[in-house]
Design a protein. Structure first.
Length: 583
């Protein structure tokens, strides 16, 4: 039977790990149709254009109206009474009093904007940059996971820093709470309102202001989409120092505000190191212009660090200056099958020794992860390896000399085979295969969402006990009788970035359940604290994790964070109810 056209992709010169002590064997340039189908069907995914978070996926009014408002789901959250309220006048005219032409008025306190407020915003924004339409607002009021739903009545889309400044000054003077929002791809409810906060979207701030082809310093607006920036840099031989599954939707300003990590952190470090400068609008409208392109500037406090990871609680990032590295000329990707997590650790330790400067990614995922990817056809239906394995490793190397890199990688992989640390594997031989192997790893979150709902936990855990968290949680849910076929929870899977100790614990389920949440929490946080980990590795705190901050920060640290918040935002208008635990 002929293969579908999409599957008939040339796998010329594909290399396989044979699973023996012999050297790697090169397959013929043209393989049999069965082999071709088994490997090439993974090509149903194109990494460069993939986005797990299209807005159309959660823009349905009908769908979102079926779920409760965030404020109703979390009764401990109370609207800040200091925020502006409006007295609306409703005329109640009785048929009795109509005869004498009299009426009574009922006055109610309702949290709502006045026409005066809206008219002011209209005076500084283009008509298309402001919306009060309910159907438009649904996409901004709801997070992509359908977990949080706000009640904002107004979204503003400024196109310049000056407009953001005027908006924030007015809101601060009039005690109007605001929520900064980028691509709305967050996973902890940090980018959507809790009550009726005004949404300030950076969607119209998309200019690339400058790029230095010598130093690699890029200066751009906060609303630039990460993938757009990466494509822009690719044409000039450079690359963005961070890479995320949501790159097709997320904004660089949101990445900075959440201190996003991603797949390249092992090679290029965190945004605390790659961001050179920021332009930030403070709550009172002050523009903090610190868009430096200098690598070294030892004059005073490094204020930009305060806003990286602050999640819009101290101000709105409107411009970013970031150091971008040269794009590697030689890139290799290998997918390996491993029998135990101990061997995953051994492979990682050896990669640091033998691949060292060319190692750019070391990802891991378990069998449950790839089973979900195959089941829901996120990246094709077949495992590129000949048989299933308990664990998988995806290794990427990036360098400037292909011969040198190929030799180092082959020696490394041969050693893993010889010492029986890995049992099987494949190495990508062209761009298509490279994308297909990455598609498996990047397709895991989407595959989880196909089940229904997902309990997501983004944790930093010491590597020696990294996977123990997954096993302990799986045993706990099984013991409570909620895990398995025809049960509330479908599975418990683990994947993530071994290179920086970041575990993504995902628990796909039919729907969100208080019973399941009470089994998971606070156990997951207590376990993490017990093993000297962090409850948030790269997703941030938002609304989801702010009540549990004490598991990772001491009382004195939390108090200092409150003092910084109160100093920069004394009226508390910036992204309220999040980041810090409610008093």
């Amino acid at each position: 039977m002929p293969l579908p056209a999409r599957a008939a992709i040339s796998l010329s010169a594909n290399l396989r790990v044979s699973g023996t002590r012999s050297l790697w064997q090169q397959l013929p340039a043209r393989t049999s149709s069965s082999t071709l189908a088994r490997i090439a069907l993974a090509s149903t995914y194109t990494r460069a254009s993939f986005s797990t978070f299209p807005k159309v996926a959660y823009a349905s009014v009908a769908a979102s109206n079926k779920k409760p408002f965030t404020a109703d789901k979390y009764p401990y959250l109370k609207r800040d009474e200091s925020f502006k309220k409006v007295i609306l006048r409703f005329e109640l005219v009785s048929t009795y009093f109509q005869s004498v032409n009299e009426s009574y008025s009922l006055y109610c306190d309702i949290s709502q904007l006045t026409e005066k407020d809206v008219e002011y915003f209209k005076s500084i924004l283009a008509p298309s940059a402001l919306s009060q339409d309910e159907s438009d607002l649904e996409a901004f009021n709801n997070d992509w996971m359908h977990k949080y739903r706000g009640q904002s009545k107004l979204v503003l889309k400024p196109s310049s820093t000056e407009q953001v400044s005027k908006i924030l000054k007015y809101c601060n003077d009039n005690k109007l709470a605001v929520v900064p929002q980028g691509g709305n791809t967050g996973l902890v409810g940090g980018g959507v309102p809790v009550f009726d906060e005004i949404i300030i979207s950076t969607a119209n701030m998309t200019s690339i202001r400058s790029f230095d082809t010598v130093s690699g310093a890029l200066v751009c607006d906060a609303g630039c989409i990460l993938e757009v920036l990466d494509n822009y840099l690719a044409e000039r031989g450079y690359i963005m120092p961070l890479d995320l599954g949501a790159k097709g939707s997320c904004h660089i300003g949101g990445n900075v505000a959440t201190n996003a990590g991603g797949l390249r952190l092992l090679r290029y470090g965190s945004l605390h190191g790659t961001v050179l400068g920021l332009e930030v609008v403070l709550p009172d409208g002050t523009i903090l212009d610190n868009l430096s392109t200098l690598r070294k500037d030892n004059t005073g406090y490094d204020l930009k660090q305060l806003f990286i990871g602050s999640e819009g609680t101290l101000g709105i990032v409107t411009g970013v200056s970031i150091m971008t590295p040269k794009r590697s000329k030689a890139v290799n990707v290998a997918l390996l099958g491993v029998s135990s997590f101990e061997n995953v650790q051994a492979a990682y330790k050896r990669s640091r020794d033998e691949l060292s400067e060319i190692l750019s990614a070391f990802e891991f995922f378990d069998k449950g992860s790839i089973d979900l990817v195959k089941k829901h056809l996120v990246a094709g239906k077949n495992d590129p390896l000949e048989s299933p394995h308990p664990f998988y490793i995806l290794i990427e190397t990036s360098g400037s000399n292909k011969e040198h890199d190929d030799e180092k990688l082959n020696n490394y992989l041969e050693g893993l085979l010889t010492d029986e640390i890995v049992q099987d594997g494949v190495v990508a031989q062209d761009t298509t295969q490279y994308k297909n192997l990455w598609a498996i790893r990047e397709g895991i979150p989407e595959a989880c969402s196909k089940v229904g709902s997902v309990y997501k936990y983004d944790l930093s855990i010491p590597v020696p006990v990294f996977y123990q968290m997954v096993e302990d949680m799986r045993n706990r849910l099984d013991k409570e009788g909620v895990l398995g076929e025809d049960k509330s929870v479908d599975s418990v899977i683990g994947f993530g970035h071994i290179g920086d100790g970041n575990l993504h614990l995902n628990i796909p389920a039919n729907s969100y359940s208080e019973e399941v949440i009470n089994i998971i929490e606070p156990y997951v946080y207590e376990w993490t604290a017990k093993h000297a980990g962090s409850i948030s590795s790269e997703h941030g705190l938002g609304l989801f994790k702010s009540p549990h901050l004490h598991y990772s920060k001491s009382p004195s640290m939390i108090q200092m964070m409150r003092r910084i918040k109160n100093m920069l935002d004394p009226n508390g208008i910036m992204n309220p109810y999040k980041y810090l635990p409610e008093k």
